[in-house]
Ligand binder design. Structure first.
Ligand code: MN
Ligand code: MN
Length: 473
């Protein structure tokens, strides 16, 4: 219908209403190619970066290849310099120095690179009824039943008393074995099936099946356990006590893949929050940083409250910014606080995508839809915004201006119906320092499950948002 045929009401509706539309409908064939290619690269990165340590390693490799330097190795910094700081192999801070003085503030994008998973307990290995098992303790908010009867791979490090560190990554290659957690057959599960979903699988029963061949010696008590320990000793040179100083994580062994006949989506483990981490990393590396210094935060421990020396609450981040001030020659007493008060940030974390199968938990009008673009949460928290970080309207107005100028699709949403639930991110931690912050990330289906789903349109839209923010905020 061309403009002549439109009624007055129709024209007014188009002018005044916030018309929400799938991003695919607004994309040209050329745009679609770019969007799909970006997600192909994202999928490749995700498949070699399933844990926080692996993400840091992958990120360091691309940063090193692109002229970024470890801040510890540089004496001074000036506009155009690119530096990073790795915090205990689990979190990292990256900066591209702008032309403006640091005291005028930073433009930050912060994501987290830890994801829900199963960790091995310190005393993990045991034998029962001819099977060897690892005891686990889950990390972050999971639905325990989702972690049985799927292939799991083991990732992490074992540190020996002499400081030697053994890296473990087993279950990703076709030739590797995988591990799994068993569940009860339906034939005998009548009692189990009557339990509430949340109680169906007890966290204590998430025991990983790892072996079944006994060591052939009648004098030995735990023969299967001994045989496993012998294999581990030959492969890694470890004894059972070395597990006491290890960090071993179980993650789904399956690969991230393109989803749907139309290839419109990404299915993969750990997209919360590696989808925002990857897009912010790409953005900081590809942005044309002119004015304010661009900083990308890849933090750890978000899924368990951001505590500890690698979480967002860690003062190691403040120390990194102080080092930027020191090495640029700008520093003077209390300047760090001024830097924070002049800074702006996108807290890059995933949100929930409206799922029509579970429509009852959402307010449709305030939901984020997959493929409608990057999603902002003005506030987080739950039941009356309790514990939430609430972005200021002035700040949101400014960001909307940047997005609309750059023709970037976005939506502003809430995590669910008012009294249903809620959640938090790292936003409040930075907001408490005086930084203007808003949550902004990719909407996800099946969040915190072993196989999360995102729209490739939204992945690309997040990248464009973070890049535009670095260039224009
Ligand atoms: Mn998250
Ligand atoms: Mn999460």
């Amino acid at each position: 219908m061309d403009n002549k045929e439109k009624t007055e009401g129709k024209k007014l509706e188009e002018e005044l209403f916030n018309n929400k539309k799938s991003g695919w409908e607004k994309s040209s064939e050329e745009d679609k190619k770019i969007i799909l290619k970006f997600s192909d690269e994202y999928i490749k990165f995700l498949n070699k970066s399933k844990t926080e340590r692996e993400f840091v390693k992958s990120a360091k490799a691309v940063l090193d290849a692109n002229g970024y330097k470890d801040i510890k190795t540089v004496e001074s910094i000036k506009a155009g310099d690119k530096v990073y700081c790795i915090n205990r192999e689990k979190s990292m801070y990256i900066a591209v120095i702008g032309n403006k003085k640091l005291e005028e503030g930073l433009n930050l994008v912060g994501a987290h690179i830890d994801s829900p998973r199963l960790d091995l307990k310190p005393n993990a290995l045991y034998e029962d009824s001819g099977f060897a098992y690892f005891n686990t303790h889950y990390y972050g908010g999971i639905k325990t039943y989702q972690w049985t009867t799927i292939p799991l791979s083991l990732h992490g490090v074992i540190v020996k008393t002499n400081g030697e560190k053994i890296e473990v990554n087993i279950g990703e290659e076709e030739s590797d074995p995988i591990f799994t957690i068993t569940d009860l057959l339906p034939h005998l599960a009548r009692e189990q099936m009557q339990k509430k979903l949340g109680e169906g699988i007890d966290g204590e029963d998430l025991n990983l099946l790892i072996g079944n061949i006994p060591y052939n010696d009648e004098a030995v008590g735990e023969k299967v356990k001994l045989n496993i320990m012998k294999i581990l000793n030959e492969k890694y040179g470890i004894k059972e006590a070395d597990f006491l100083s290890s960090e071993l994580e179980l993650v789904p062994a399956f690969k991230a893949r393109s989803l749907g006949f139309d290839g419109s989506m990404v299915a993969g483990y750990g997209q919360d929050d590696k989808v925002c981490a990857y897009t912010s990393l790409r953005a900081v590396m590809e942005a044309n940083v002119q004015n304010k210094t661009a900083v990308c935060i890849l933090s750890d421990k978000e899924e368990v409250g951001s505590m500890g020396n690698t979480g967002m609450m860690s003062e190691v981040f403040d120390h990194f910014v102080s080092e930027l001030l020191n090495k640029s020659g700008e520093n003077r007493p209390d300047l760090l606080k001024k830097v924070f008060c002049n800074s702006s940030m996108l807290s890059a974390d995933v949100g929930t995508a409206y799922d029509p199968i579970y429509a009852s938990v959402s307010d449709r009008t305030n939901s984020a839809f997959a493929s409608y673009g990057v999603s902002f949460d003005k506030y987080t928290g739950s039941r009356g915004k309790a514990g939430g970080s609430d972005a200021n309207a002035e700040f949101i107005g400014k960001i909307r201006g940047i997005l609309e100028k750059n023709n970037i699709s976005y939506q502003i949403s809430e995590l669910g119906r008012v009294d249903v639930g809620g959640g938090g991110t790292i936003a409040y931690i930075l907001a408490n320092k005086g930084i203007e912050v808003i949550d902004c990330g990719v909407p996800v289906l099946s969040m915190h499950s072993p196989y999360e789903v995102t729209s490739k349109f939204d992945v690309y839209s997040a990248y464009r948002t973070y890049k535009a923010f670095y260039e224009e905020m």
